[in-house]
Design a protein around this ligand. Structure first.
Ligand code: PEP
Ligand code: MG
Length: 573
């Protein structure tokens, strides 16, 4: 028996035969072309062909999965019309006289690379979508068709190096027990599709696919991320029991997803979602989100040569806000830095980009960026319950400077007679230890805090969150991180302010007793995690959670806390 640990991407446990998917191999030859107009016409034809294919995939997804999932392919069609991409391709053909395949590959890859460099799993997932669309156009240029005949005709667990959304929907659902990929993240569209299809999935599983043969039995545990190769009879019996329990718990959680999360002693905790666009927002609502706790806005600033206009921003924000009438929306202002080069923003490569000129720190040299974003958000949120927060704050001066700009934005809109959000809240993210330690000093100047545990853990423990080699050291269960969370919540409450948490810790069911016990007011997470977190909260009383949290705060290591929580979570009372 051999257990390989990946990342859980879609819940459920299955036992089945392995089936390895190998995508069609092709090579792009760089060719110098002579007839530029003919090459551009070839490209335009390929775009048309790709559009037809995507329309049919959208229809298939609509019929077999649902409207929100079909929207992924609608977005893919939008990429085909995006002038940044299409003009990028035609310009390359014109200027470098390269064939269309090469130009498509280079343009789409370069855009995807930029998104990937944001070091954010959300944008890394969008990068995979761009590559998927680029590959589709190259296939159309090369005349490669998807061959259904190679697909399995009996239920199997599909293993692949990586899967694109197109691959994922093309498989006939009745023959797919689960998906396991060697690469990819839990927020990729493939993971989202798997969750919507109700198919268990694991991503980032370090498997050597060459060592696995089609037909061998394996276990996919979408809860823990474990892939068990050659399971023993005893293990299979144990797995079957777990499957039964799990199915029951999931059915109960999903049924109650739209009910509020109220503890056994009657305390209501707000459960909201992390989103990046309208598609996420619709999913969030369908999973029972009571609002949005983190709306990422970086996408608006990428792959362009100048700042987005005020109107462009308003239109983009409104698409999300319109879906959330009466529900709170926390928007995070621009959060990028020198781990990518965006010349028009003044971002250049830096030796230590996570400690460099990024996020709110841009305010000193480029106040107009934040001012413009405030103006656009306030107008787009005229009818919304708008809350705006600043990322990566590390000192009070930044907050005061940003507040001044915020008031300037409000004042200028008033003067111009433009409708804008009436009582927007102004908050900051707690991602740097200095802010948690000094939370009592910051609290009087803000309406709320939102704790970003991904960065707070990275900066507290000096563990690069992108470096897999040290990943083990970067646990938010570390009591040092927990104590900072506690200090933040206590200081905020003393000043009558509320506290949310939007890092991955907020969607971890094992963190529920700790966060509940420390008095967190709002939990924000990926949409699909909402039903289970709500169900977990309902199994706890605040009083019992407080006991568990206070013990954890006095422990010596993350491992000790994790073991303690595991013990208590099965028997909360
Ligand atoms: C965080 O740091 O916890 C957070 C929510 O922001 P991001 O993951 O986008 O850095
Ligand atoms: Mg962060």
């Amino acid at each position: 028996m051999n257990v390989v640990k990946g990342l859980p991407a879609s819940p459920g446990i299955v036992v089945g035969e392995a089936w390895i998917y190998t995508p069609i191999k092709y090579q792009i030859e760089v060719e110098a072309i002579k007839d530029v107009p003919a090459e551009i016409a070839r490209f335009k034809n390929a775009i048309k062909k790709a559009e037809v294919q995507l329309q049919s995939l959208e229809k298939k997804a609509l019929e077999t999965i649902g409207a929100e999932e079909a929207a992924i392919f609608e977005t893919h069609q939008l990429f085909l019309q995006d002038p940044e991409l299409t003009e990028g391709v035609t310009n390359l053909v014109r200027e470098k006289n390269v064939n269309a395949e090469t130009a498509v590959f280079r343009t789409f890859s370069s855009y995807a690379d930029q998104l990937e460099m944001l070091d954010d799993p959300y944008f890394a997932a969008r990068a995979l979508d761009i590559r998927d669309v680029g590959q589709r156009v190259v296939h159309c240029l090369l005349g490669i068709e998807f061959d259904n005949s190679q697909l399995p005709s009996k239920p199997v667990i599909i293993l692949a190096d990586d899967l694109t959304p197109s691959d994922t929907v093309q498989f006939d659902k009745q023959y797919v027990l689960g998906f396991i990929t060697v690469r990819g993240g839990p927020t990729s569209h493939t993971a989202i599709l798997a969750r919507s299809l109700g198919i268990p999935a694991i991503v980032s599983a370090p498997l050597d696919l060459a060592q696995i043969t089609n037909g061998e039995t394996l276990v996919l545990n979408g809860q823990s991320g474990d892939v068990i190769l050659a399971p023993s009879e005893a293990k299979l019996t144990e797995i079957n029991h777990q499957r039964g329990d799990l199915q029951l718990a999931q059915e109960i959680a999903l049924k109650a997803a739209h009910e509020p999360a109220i503890t056994l002693d009657g305390h209501h905790v707000e459960i909201v979602a992390n989103v990046g666009d309208e598609i996420d927002t619709k999913r969030a609502i369908s999973f029972g989100a009571e609002g949005v706790g983190l709306f990422r806005t970086e996408f608006l600033y990428l792959d362009r040569n100048a700042l987005p206009t005020e109107q462009e921003q308003i239109t983009a924000y409104q698409k999300v806000f319109d879906l959330l009438t009466d529900k709170p929306i926390v928007v995070r202002t621009l959060d990028i830095g020198g781990d990518k080069t965006v010349p028009y923003l003044g971002l250049t490569e830096e030796p230590n980009p996570f400690l460099g000129w990024r996020a709110i720190r841009m305010i000193d040299e480029r106040p107009e960026i934040l001012l413009g974003q405030f103006r656009a958000l306030l107008q787009a949120g005229a009818n919304a319950d708008l809350r705006i927060m600043l990322p990566l704050v590390s000192n009070l001066k930044e907050v005061m400077a940003a507040k001044e700009l915020f008031e300037e934005a409000q004042e200028s809109l008033r003067r111009e007679g433009k409708p804008s959000a009436e009582q927007p809240q102004f908050g900051i993210m707690v991602e740097v230890p200095s802010v948690a330690i000094m939370a009592d000093v910051f609290a009087p100047h803000v309406d709320f805090f939102s704790i970003g545990t991904n960065d707070l853990t990275q900066y507290t423990l000096a563990v690069d969150r992108m470096n897999e080699r040290v990943a083990k050291l970067g646990s938010p269960f570390n009591p040092a991180v927990l104590r900072l969370i506690k200090m933040t919540i206590d200081s905020a409450h003393q000043h009558g302010k509320w506290v949310g948490l939007c890092g991955a810790f907020g969607g971890d069911v094992n963190a529920v007793p700790l966060l509940l016990g420390m008095g967190l007011d709002e939990f924000s997470m990926a949409p699909s995690l909402i039903p289970e977190v709500k169900a977990t909260i309902r199994r706890w009383s605040v009083e019992r959670a407080q006991q568990v949290a206070s013990q954890a705060l006095n422990m010596a290591s993350a491992e000790e806390v994790e073991m303690w929580v595991q013990l208590t979570i099965t028997k909360p009372e």
